[in-house]
Design a protein around this ligand. Structure first.
Ligand SMILES: [Zn+2]
Length: 153
C-alpha cells in the first residue's frame, strides 16, 4: 500500500475495523518512512480462491482445513488458538494479495511452514514432516539439524 504522502510502499497497520457496510475493512496505517498516517479500505474478496492440488484437481481454499492441519501440528504444544488463527489470517491475506485466482497447495504449505517456524519449533517439525513427507529418518534429521543450527546462531 503506497503512502499518499511520500510514495513509500511499506506501512504498518495501527488499527483495523469493519467499515459501516460490513463488507470493507478500514485500516489505519502509518508509513514506515515518513511516519504520516493514512486510511485504506480493503474489500473482502468474494471470488473463492482455488487451490491446485498435487493431482492437478482444484478445490476452493478452506481456512478450516488449514487451521485443523496447524492444530494437529500444535497438539500438546503451548500455542494459543488466537496465534493459529492469526497465522491462517496472514496466509489468507498473503494469498489474496498475490491476486492469483489459483494457488498450488504447495505454496500454502510453504507459507504455513514459514509461519510455524516462528511460532513453535516442534509444531514446525511435525508440520514439515507431514507436509514434506520425509522419506526416511535421515532427511528428517537433516531438517531438524538445520533448525537447531539456526537456533544456535
Ligand atoms: Zn510516507
Amino acid at each position: 500500500m503506497k503512502c499518499p504522502f511520500c510514495g513509500y510502499t511499506e506501512s504498518k497497520v495501527i488499527d483495523s475495523r469493519p467499515a459501516e457496510d460490513g463488507e470493507k475493512i478500514r485500516r489505519r496505517r502509518e508509513c514506515l518512512k515518513c511516519e504520516k498516517r493514512f486510511t485504506t479500505y480493503e474489500i473482502i474478496e468474494t471470488t473463492p480462491l482455488m487451490v491446485i492440488k498435487k493431482d492437478k484437481s482444484r478445490e476452493a481454499f478452506d481456512r478450516n482445513k488449514l487451521l485443523s492441519g496447524l492444530l494437529r501440528a500444535c497438539e500438546k504444544r503451548p500455542v494459543a488458538m488466537n496465534t493459529l488463527e492469526q497465522v491462517v489470517d496472514d496466509i489468507q491475506i498473503a494469498l489474496q494479495n498475490s491476486l492469483e485466482k489459483e494457488v498450488p497447495s504447495q505454496r500454502i504449505g510453504e507459507l504455513a511452514m514459514e509461519k510455524l517456524k516462528g511460532v513453535d519449533e516442534v509444531a514446525y517439525v511435525r508440520f514439515a514432516s507431514v507436509y514434506r513427507q520425509f522419506k526416511d529418518i535421515n532427511s528428517f534429521m537433516a531438517e531438524l539439524k538445520l533448525i537447531l543450527e539456526s537456533k544456535a546462531n
